[in-house]
Design a protein around this ligand. Structure first.
Ligand SMILES: [Mg+2]
Ligand SMILES: [Zn+2]
Length: 181
């Protein structure tokens, strides 16, 4: 029997890269992409510890017409290249391109994107971790049966997250403790 793998699912905007900051409002092109402090090093450590690293991101801007799907793919290629330069690797990216409130099957807080990646990559969701900066991330992670980590929160609520940290870098020791060898 092949043992299932452990994964860390990362929300993109507000976890990996800046959003609604002084530098950038929303990421609609590669030049809007500013990695947050310590993200590349953190992802590299997750890679080295044996976690698969996935990005699960709601990109309703496509459904709303602010960005094309081609542009999103360009942004994601750029993101992977930026991270690769620092030795960090994203194993796969899943995105929802549908409008908010369109009741599509995939948009977080639904667990679909996590479940699909788990099926594709033979991941044990119960031993995996979802990291996000907003309530839909935490709800999606819980629905999928993952442990949940809230970072960069602008709210005092934890939305039921298992733990709250300032950012991915600060959450890293807690995440690494959950790696079974
Ligand atoms: Mg976010
Ligand atoms: Zn969707």
């Amino acid at each position: 029997m092949i043992e299932k793998k452990q994964a860390v699912f990362l929300d993109r905007d507000g976890v990996i890269n800046e959003v609604l900051t002084k530098k950038v409002k929303f990421v609609n092109k590669p030049s809007d992409l500013y990695l947050l402090d310590g993200v590349a090093e953190s992802i590299k450590m997750l890679n080295e510890s044996g976690f698969l690293v996935f990005v699960v991101t709601n990109q309703g801007g496509i459904g709303l017409g602010y960005m094309t799907e081609e542009m999103l793919k360009t942004i994601h290629t750029d993101l992977k290249n930026k991270l690769a330069k620092q030795g960090a690797k994203i194993d796969d990216i899943s995105y929802c391109s549908h409008k908010p409130n369109s009741d599509c099957p995939c948009r977080k807080p639904k667990a679909y994107m996590l479940q699909k990646l788990a099926a594709t990559h033979n991941v044990d969701l119960s031993r995996s971790i979802m990291v996000g900066d907003r309530e839909p991330d935490i709800l999606a992670g819980k629905e999928a049966g993952c442990q949940t980590v809230l970072v960069h929160s602008r709210s005092t609520y934890s939305y039921g997250a298992d733990v709250v940290f300032q950012d991915l870098k600060n959450a890293l020791p807690w995440i690494l403790e959950h790696k079974n060898h």
